[in-house]
Design a protein around this ligand. Structure first.
Ligand SMILES: Nc1ncnc2c1ncn2[C@@H]1O[C@H](COP(=O)(O)OP(=O)(O)OP(=O)(O)O)[C@@H](O)[C@H]1O
Length: 262
């Protein structure tokens, strides 16, 4: 049993190697209920690898991980019922209708069919896409697909939610609604692990930011604490300074000069 002071995610000495390459080098992290963690870092830093390990998609690693008090290496997988995952762009079955797809996901989570239908219709209607309940997913726009993925990942009311660039394809109004949804979920005591490259959003919604670089955590704190650390005004500035990259103009110029070669 867990009490409120215990972390909902407890990672100790997490290392992961692909072939000869070590992509995670001893991650230690405690995440508490109600936190919105902005999990950020440069391309290839190890963010998705961490999330895939936490989701149980990758099971070869060193170190120990507890999710909701259960060691995920020895748990029978039941913790996955309490976890939701919104990928950047999901493996959606294009030939299915929204109804069929969400009924299938509901079944995987052991939900009652009638309850799934009511809940899905209510959620689709809040997102303004209920008219496409019987339509094939192949006919959906990018944003409609993303909304469907968000519904599919949250409809079982998970305690911990992993978002990987979840705003992909959402219009400006939907982005605002989605940010409010995240804040409300956190107020309900849900824990959110938010991975994105859009620094303005991470800065606004996260109450804790974890910056990973080359498989190691190089900063962990509130936005204000990170600002103190680097003396930069924006999260983008903090990110640039802490990851040691300041050659933006040079790289852009090199790129364009190669493009211009004939
Ligand atoms: N299945 C795999 N086999 C070999 N190498 C992998 C595999 N998956 C990831 N990697 C490597 O692990 C490193 C970390 O990748 P990861 O996807 O975790 O990065 P990321 O921080 O999520 O990056 P991005 O911001 O680009 O999504 C990269 O060098 C990548 O090439």
């Amino acid at each position: 049993m867990m009490n409120n002071n215990e972390p909902v995610i407890k990672i100790r000495g997490l290392s992961k190697t692909f072939g000869l390459k070590t992509v995670l080098k001893g991650i230690d992290l405690d995440v508490y209920a109600g936190q919105i963690i902005g999990y950020i870092g440069p391309n290839g830093a190890g963010k998705s690898t961490t999330v895939k390990i936490l989701l149980g998609v990758i099971d070869q690693y060193h170190g120990s991980i507890e999710v909701l008090g259960e060691n995920i290496a020895t748990n029978n997988g039941s913790y996955k019922y309490k976890v939701g995952y919104v990928p950047e762009s999901g493996e959606i079955y294009d030939s299915l209708t929204a109804e069929e797809y969400l009924a299938f996901i509901g079944e995987l989570y052991g939900m009652d069919t009638q309850h799934v239908e009511e809940k899905v219709l209510a959620l689709m209607s809040i997102f303004g896409i209920e008219g496409s309940y019987h339509a094939r997913i192949s006919s959906f726009s990018k944003g409609m697909r993303q909304k469907l993925l968000i519904i599919a990942s949250l409809m079982h009311n998970p305690d911990i939610i992993f978002f990987d660039e979840p705003l992909n394809g959402l219009d400006a109004n939907s982005v605002i609604v989605f940010k409010e949804i995240m804040l409300s979920l956190a107020k309900e005591g849900k824990t959110i692990f938010y991975s994105s490259h859009i620094m303005e959003v991470v800065e606004k919604i996260s109450n804790r930011i974890v910056l990973i670089n080359n498989g190691e955590i190089i900063a962990d704190g509130t936005f204000d604490q990170l600002k103190e650390l680097s003396k930069k005004g924006s999260l983008e500035g903090v990110f640039n300074q802490l990851t040691g990259f300041d050659k933006h103009n040079e790289v852009a110029e090199q790129f364009v000069s190669v493009i211009k070669e004939v």
